[in-house]
Design a protein around this ligand. Sequence first.
Ligand SMILES: C[S@@+](CC[C@H](N)C(=O)[O-])C[C@H]1O[C@@H](n2cnc3c(N)ncnc32)[C@H](O)[C@@H]1O
Length: 263
Amino acid sequence: MTNETSRADSRIRHDDDPADGLFPESVAARYDHPGGENELAVITPAVDVLQDLAGDGPVLEFAVGTGRIGAPLAARGVQMSGIELSRAMASRITGKPGGDDVDVTIGDMTTTRVPGRFSLVYLVFNTISNVTTQDAQVDVFRNAAAHLRPGGLFLIEVGLPDIRRLPPGQDIVPFAVTPGESGSGYVGFDQYDVVTQRFTSNHVTVSADGRGRFRRIPFRYAWPAEFDLMARIAGLTPAHRWADWDRSEFTAESTKHVSVWQK
Ligand SMILES: C[S@@+](CC[C@H](N)C(=O)[O-])C[C@H]1O[C@@H](n2cnc3c(N)ncnc32)[C@H](O)[C@@H]1O
């Protein structure tokens, strides 16, 4: 990871740059493809909640990516800033509706400071788990708190580890087996280490010409209680915990949580 802090530029590069981490050009180029998390049915409920929590204040998105959420918020008139590690991802914010109004800084959300005090800092789409040590996850909470006004809110959206599906002795949970035509297909599985709380998401894609691609993405999981403790270390107190953006109740059957703490 880099601690470099600079304004994002809008040039789209064509080679993968190691400084872009797990989201280099080849990933950024596909990130905004229609479907899944890019559907309006997914984006709109999140943007509604974030706009409501922000009130009239400015908002900072950690790991703003291609502006999937930040750009529509800015398009609604919310004063938006973002921190993002990958220039390849950030370069795609410009030109989207609202995108030119997002003030993006290239940097690491564990350490990078941007000017201003915000009424809301948020980190969505499981990205707290991209930070793979407990210390660094605490740094994310501390950095969020440092950017908040008194009374300001920090929100994360993150999936729960699927380890209740692990029988003793097994460490792999498959989440997709999708055969295609002519021998092509996709297989996805998570591999957990319950000692370190690290896991990898594994994506194996085979095309019809027999060529394959195996992508492994490292994560660190934590239960909501551990995130509550990180928030407390950062000087934040619990405000909300929902099962999803519809503000439904978080229960033992929930597969993710949207959690909010207050400074
Ligand atoms: C799954 S994407 C989410 C992007 C965006 N928030 C969204 O909802 O579409 C994860 C993003 O986090 C960025 N990222 C990962 N670790 C980071 C860090 N330590 N600091 C800043 N950005 C980071 C990646 O470069 C990537 O753009």
